[in-house]
Design a protein around this ligand. Structure first.
Ligand code: MG
Length: 275
């Protein structure tokens, strides 16, 4: 079956299952029309009309090597000791020494918890393409367990701008679409600065810089609050002085993505140089 036919079948399935408010895939503009406007922006959450980032193909070599002080969460092999599914041991599987989502087993959480970090991970969306838009190669990496940098097969796969690969989901599209074809290994380097709190509430929001396949797609971007679907977010009623670290969460969104070379540098308090 050619990719074009599979995409066509997927589009028909999406039309059948599309919730109210979602434009149909035949318009080539999947997204929503009935969601609230994102505060400070002119676009609605998951806006079907929001321009999609320009495609910019990555260079051939873009995988960074692991610094000596990085903590390895998963390299290659068959060891998921650093991960859990809820309170149980990790249930994801392995293919060719990479870990693979087993759909339905649930999100994966690192056993370690982190605040400010540099996180590196490599992911591969399924080479056998099924589904369209958000149904195709969907996963995500959630910082502190709640702030999602979207993972999606965004190679010639139209979806709403704030939901495509590299988006701060529901908030900010990536600056460009640096996606590689399905089945290729891709990389994220995520420099994350957690929110700061005092007794009264938020002092400063979380910020993130993301490099996708060697290309900067967010530069010190403010995260507006924990990730939400179809609605806006804020720090109201979210977090406290005690929310200073959380697990790294990898999303089971029903697609068998693979991951490898996941490492983290703990940058907490490293901005206090010389003190
Ligand atoms: Mg996702």
């Amino acid at each position: 079956m050619t990719m074009r036919i599979m995409v066509l079948i997927g589009a028909v399935l999406l039309l059948v299952s599309a919730p109210l408010g979602m434009l149909n895939a035949a318009d080539d503009k999947p997204g929503y029309t009935d969601t609230p406007v994102i505060p400070g922006q002119k676009w609605k959450v998951h806006d079907a009309e929001r321009p999609r980032p320009k495609v910019m193909a990555p260079n051939a070599v873009y995988l960074t090597s692991r610094p000596k002080d990085a903590k390895v969460l998963f390299e290659t092999g068959k060891d998921l000791a650093n991960w859990r599914n809820g309170s149980a041991d990790a249930k994801w599987g392995f293919v060719n020494d990479a870990m693979q989502v087993i759909p339905g087993t649930g999100d994966l959480f690192s056993r370690g918890e982190f605040g400010d970090i540099h996180l590196h991970l490599e992911f591969q969306t399924p080479s056998v393409v099924t589904g369209v838009s958000q149904g195709r190669g969907n996963s995500g990496v959630f910082l502190m367990g709640v702030y999602e940098v979207q993972i999606l097969d965004s190679f010639e796969n139209p979806s709403y701008a704030d939901g495509q690969c590299g988006a701060i989901y529901g908030q900010w599209p990536p600056l460009v679409n640096a996606s590689s074809p399905p089945g290729d290994w891709q990389s994220y380097d995520i420099m994350f600065c957690r929110p700061r709190w005092n007794e009264k509430g938020l002092v400063s929001p979380a910020r993130v810089t993301v490099i996708h396949n060697g290309i900067v797609i967010h530069n010190n971007r403010e995260i507006m609050g924990p990730t939400r679907h179809r609605t806006t977010t804020s720090y109201k009623n979210h977090g406290s002085v005690n929310f200073t670290k959380g697990p790294i969460k990898l999303q089971d969104h029903g697609n068998p993505l693979r991951f490898r070379n996941i490492w983290v540098r703990d940058l907490e308090n490293r901005n206090d140089m010389g003190s």
